[in-house]
Design a protein. Structure first.
Ligand SMILES: Nc1ncnc2c1ncn2[C@@H]1O[C@H](COP(=O)(O)OP(=O)(O)OP(=O)(O)O)[C@@H](O)[C@H]1O
Ligand SMILES: [Mg+2]
Length: 295
């Protein structure tokens, strides 16, 4: 059974091995080497149909952290709420959005790409128009593959594309999964967190069977972890029991710095670079590089 106490140690031979919050020996993920060349991108969906679990926060801060390591990152706002666009401080009205690209397959996707304040991190924004996409796409031929076709045209320019999904398993999310090489599931350390994950994994399996045989589960990222509460530790323990090594070693703590950074429209890595939460997202970036999910 996994232990979840942050600072507990375990006897292994004669050595005491410090354990991380997931109960595995604490690891230092090496500083990644700079890339000599860029692209084609590995595409990763941030997906969980439960709302408010940290999908958008993870897209922003993982994107910024990867850009900080010299990776070229494109973030796709794939939620009509436009929270990713707002969180990165880019305009969403009177500009081309992901919706325009979905509707007109002939448009060059670069018209919708905006630079953010973070060097190396670009975004394709979304606004409420995207909520009409479900209706429009229903009658399209190969409607699940429309986003994949759009992203193929920009993939060469980036090392990683992160898709911030909306909290549903509808046609937009299926498009995101069909376009992706991998899925990262942010999971809030809350009592009902595990509900729904089985359905999500079932959906990923269906997409693998029918639409995208190559899709992999890159990992489950525990978010909003509060090491002071037994509750949070118990939830994390259950998540690790259920998903084993698929749970990332790095865990994101609960802190009010995230809402504060969102209001400021910048990643936490810029807003409070020395804060443990900023360092945690830098570590997620390194862990994903070590795991091979990102170049
Ligand atoms: N580790 C954290 N600690 C504290 N607050 C957090 C943390 N991560 C995210 N939040 C806050 O929780 C709220 C929900 O986070 P976020 O928008 O990233 O979730 P989401 O999964 O994208 O939500 P939705 O399903 O609505 O798209 C936001 O106000 C965000 O600032
Ligand atoms: Mg979101």
């Amino acid at each position: 059974m996994a232990s979840t106490q942050t600072d507990r140690t375990r006897l292994a031979g004669f050595d005491e091995v410090p354990l991380g919050p997931t109960g595995r020996p604490k690891q230092d993920f090496d500083e990644p080497r700079p890339l000599k060349s860029h692209g084609p991108a590995r595409i990763i969906s941030l997906c969980n149909q439960k709302g408010g679990v940290g999908k958008t926060t993870t897209t922003i801060n993982l994107g910024a952290a990867l850009a900080g390591y010299g990776r070229r990152v494109l973030a796709i706002d794939f939620d009509p709420q436009g929270a990713l666009s707002a969180g990165l401080g880019v305009p969403t009205h009177d500009v081309p959005t992901i919706y325009d690209l979905l509707l007109s397959g002939s448009k060059d996707p670069s018209i919708a790409i905006q630079q953010t304040a973070v060097e190396g991190l670009d975004i394709i924004p979304a606004n409420i128009d995207l909520s009409a996409a479900e209706v429009h796409l229903v009658n399209e031929v190969a409607r699940e593959q429309i986003l994949a076709r759009v992203l193929r045209k920009v993939s060469a320019d980036y090392d990683v594309i992160l898709i911030d999904c909306q909290p549903s398993l509808g046609i937009l999310t299926v498009n995101a999964l069909t376009a992706s090489h991998g899925v990262l599931i942010p999971l809030e350390c809350e009592f009902f967190a595990l509900r729904g994950v089985a359905l999500l994994i079932e959906t990923i399996d269906k997409v693998r069977d029918r639409l995208n045989p190559a899709i992999e589960l890159d990992g489950i990222l525990a978010t909003m972890f509060d090491s002071r509460t037994l509750h949070s530790r118990e939830v994390l323990e259950r998540v690790v029991d259920a998903f084993g090594d698929r749970v990332l070693e790095t865990v994101i703590g609960r802190t009010v710095k995230f809402p504060d950074a969102s209001v400021a429209g910048v990643p936490i890595t810029d807003f409070a670079p020395e804060h443990p939460a900023a360092k945690a997202y830098m570590q997620v970036a390194r862990e994903l590089i070590v795991r091979g999910a990102v170049a």
